[in-house]
Write a protein that binds this ligand. Structure first.
Ligand code: FES
Length: 72
């Protein structure tokens, strides 16, 4: 089940994609920017989204939210 290519077009493995998600990538587009996954036929988008859902919660807190909090 694991170890195969999620994105066949760019030969990107699940391991690599999960690695980027754990570093704070939160969107399919973001994954494409970092490792090209999803920049081809688009067939892998559904799987990329599933991985983002499954592993996004595990991402560390080093991603700064875009929304600014005016807390004082
Ligand atoms: S399989 Fe990922 S873009 Fe084609």
């Amino acid at each position: 089940m694991s170890g195969g290519h999620i994105c066949v077009c760019y030969q990107v493995t699940e391991e690599e994609i999960v690695g980027w998600i754990r570093r704070g990538v939160t969107t399919v587009e973001g994954l494409g920017d970092h490792c090209d996954a999803g920049h081809g036929c688009g067939d892998c988008h559904e799987m990329l989204e599933e991985l983002l859902e499954d592993f996004g919660d595990e991402a560390g807190g080093d991603v700064t939210p875009v929304v600014s909090h005016a807390q004082q």
